[in-house]
Design a protein around this ligand. Structure first.
Ligand SMILES: Cc1cc2nc3c(=O)[nH]c(=O)nc-3n(C[C@H](O)[C@H](O)[C@H](O)COP(=O)(O)O)c2cc1C
Length: 167
């Protein structure tokens, strides 16, 4: 185990793989350019004002789209949407060609049948190394309350159904 400030990339990755995370697609639009990217780096910031953050690699196609338009949407994937997670991690030439979506208040595409969708206006953009942290004020949110798709140990997985036994 290492406690110093200098850890290797492999040590970092192996520790990060211990985080179990919800799988999301961050969607965005700038003019006619619509994009979506799979992301686990999504986090609640505050209920007042309602806000969340996403962390986006500067080399992603989504980065300039979000930065220029000042808006993005978080689509929380449900357990039966693993195929979409792979699709939006693969830099498809026309990512929305065969996807069911509707346009939200911000203009961002919202993926049909997602577990939840949250549209945000960017209120703060902070660069940190290879990534940018976008803080967004939530302007719409829709919740379906389905079972979530998760990512852990480098694999997609689902919650196991539990039966509760009361005394
Ligand atoms: C499970 C999973 C989680 C990911 N999480 C993030 C993330 O939080 N931030 C990020 O910048 N990229 C993340 N990626 C990588 C992007 O999805 C990938 O680079 C994508 O091709 C970017 O699309 P774009 O270039 O069209 O924007 C993740 C990929 C996977 C498979």
């Amino acid at each position: 185990m290492t406690t110093s400030g200098s850890i290797s990339g492999d040590q970092f990755k192996s520790a990060m793989r211990r985080f179990a995370a919800s799988v999301n697609v961050i969607t965005s639009i700038d003019g006619h350019v619509m994009n979506g990217m799979t992301a686990t780096a999504v986090c609640s910031v505050s209920a007042d004002p309602p806000s969340l953050l996403v962390i986006v690699n500067k080399t992603n196609r989504s980065h300039p789209v979000i930065s220029r338009s000042g808006a993005f949407a978080v689509n929380v994937l449900s357990s039966d949407q693993e195929e979409l997670a792979g699709h939006f991690a693969a830099k498809k030439p026309d990512p929305f060609a065969e996807i069911d979506y509707r346009i939200g208040k911000t203009g961002c595409p919202l993926i049909c049948e997602a577990d939840a969708t949250l549209e945000c206006e960017v209120v703060q953009e902070t660069d940190y190394g290879t990534h940018t942290i976008f803080i967004g004020r939530i302007v719409t949110c829709d919740v379906a309350s389905k079972a979530p798709l998760l990512y852990h140990e480098g694999r997609f997985c689902r919650l196991e159904e539990h039966t509760l036994h009361f005394a």
